[in-house]
Ligand binder design. Structure first.
Ligand SMILES: Cc1ncc(COP(=O)(O)O)c(C=O)c1O
Length: 382
């Protein structure tokens, strides 16, 4: 048994995909870049597909290749830009490409001809993010060129919104995109799917849903609008819990300074539990002195002193029953009826939830719950 581990609940991922499909009424592309936002790309992708997602999205050629190595055969789209020396690997992984620039068309077309088979492409339109995509005024011409190139198979027309929580601004940005879709249709160009919404937009902006939605963070049940009691306004279930075992119990007298730098002073005789996880596991150092808690025996206990590389200290003086070495604390997630949202820890550390989950450390053990396939079960046993 590891000292500290993440517990991934695949049934939560399936529930979230079902909730997304019910809200959006559209095809679902499951975004599993950055190892499924630190949750595990292959198990999250597989669970999403089991619950009705039809496509996968990644950021790098290696991520596409790893999904193929895991035996996943669904269409995989590289969502961002590609380098020339990445194209052969991308085509080898049968990845679909996103065209962000008129020049991308010739590069993708040449690679497809080298590979001897057409490559699926999505044309991205820049409506104001200024990161990827062709200008709306250029898009119709590029779309026509894609449709006319036998080495390219047009799979979609897409955009990405920079501030989906600003609904008024997002609606303004979507207007030229919707206009482009209409102009394309009048010109006889009908991409098989039009897509614009990532997690926040798919819940907030019905007009962004089009034919397909691209949730990432919502798949794993992270909700930037989650209430302090853990309730999700979007009906999502967090898929990840972070656990750490108690390695020691210490008693300190009132007035003792504790931990590196003596940054916490016991105001009363205190019982502390030393947990076997620290910033070496991705627990943010910024939780030092931030008023954070962990769950132990289903109750909130204050995190005290400095977050260390391998350890955390927790004040357990007020627990009705003294904890013992080996007891399991929850740094975020569920412990019985108690919930401590990852979003709360992220907020206390001054991070967005994405950055906290993507930063979880390689040293952590991994437990997968709710696996349906033998290969996931084997991975879980390993
Ligand atoms: C193009 C694109 N679509 C969808 C997503 C998923 O975003 P989210 O995790 O907010 O759902 C991302 C993530 O950055 C993205 O770049």
């Amino acid at each position: 048994m590891s000292r500290a581990w993440v517990e991934l609940d695949l049934e939560a991922v399936r529930d979230n995909v079902r909730a997304i499909r019910a809200v959006a009424g559209a095809e679902v592309l499951a975004v599993v870049k950055a190892d499924g936002y630190g949750h595990g790309a292959a198990p999250v992708a597989r669970a999403a597909l089991e619950a009705g997602a039809t496509r996968l999205g990644v950021a790098t050629p290696e991520e596409a290749a790893r999904l193929r190595e895991a035996g996943l055969t669904a269409p995989v789209q590289l969502l961002g830009s590609f380098l020339d020396d990445e194209l052969d690997a991308l085509l080898h992984a049968r990845a679909q490409l996103t065209l962000n620039d008129p020049g991308d068309l010739a590069r993708a077309s040449a690679a497809a001809r080298r590979a001897g088979r057409p490559v699926g492409v999505h044309l991205k339109v820049d409506v104001g993010m200024h990161r990827h995509g062709v200008a709306p005024e250029q898009a119709l011409e590029v779309l026509a060129q894609v449709a006319a190139d036998p080495a390219l198979r047009l799979e979609g027309l897409m955009t990405h919104l920079p501030a989906p929580r600003d609904e008024a601004r997002s609606r303004e940005m979507l207007a030229p995109f919707a206009d482009l879709v209409a102009r394309a249709a009048r010109a006889g160009l009908r991409p098989p799917r039009v897509h614009a919404a990532a997690s926040a937009a798919l819940f907030r902006l019905p007009e962004a849903r089009f034919d397909l939605v691209r949730p990432g963070i919502a798949l794993v049940g992270l909700d930037p609008d989650r209430a302090p009691d853990g309730a999700s306004s979007c009906g999502l279930t967090p898929a990840l819990s972070l656990r750490a075992r108690v390695t020691r119990i210490l008693e300190v007298a009132a007035g003792e300074q504790v931990g590196y730098g003596g940054r916490w002073t016991a105001a009363r005789p205190s019982r502390l539990a030393l947990l076997g996880a620290g910033y070496g596991d991705g627990v943010p150092y910024a939780l030092t002195g931030a008023g954070a808690h962990v769950l132990l025996h289903g109750r909130r206990c204050p995190l005290v002193a400095t977050v260390m590389m391998d350890y955390l200290l927790v004040d357990v003086t007020d627990l009705p029953r003294a904890p013992a070495p080996g007891d399991v604390a929850t740094l975020f997630g569920r412990d019985g009826d108690a919930v401590l949202p990852l979003e709360e820890q992220a907020r206390r550390a001054g991070l967005i939830p994405y950055a906290l989950s993507c930063g979880l450390g390689a040293r952590l053990g991994r437990v997968v719950l709710g696996a349906r396939t033998a290969s996931e079960t084997l991975r879980r046993a390993a």
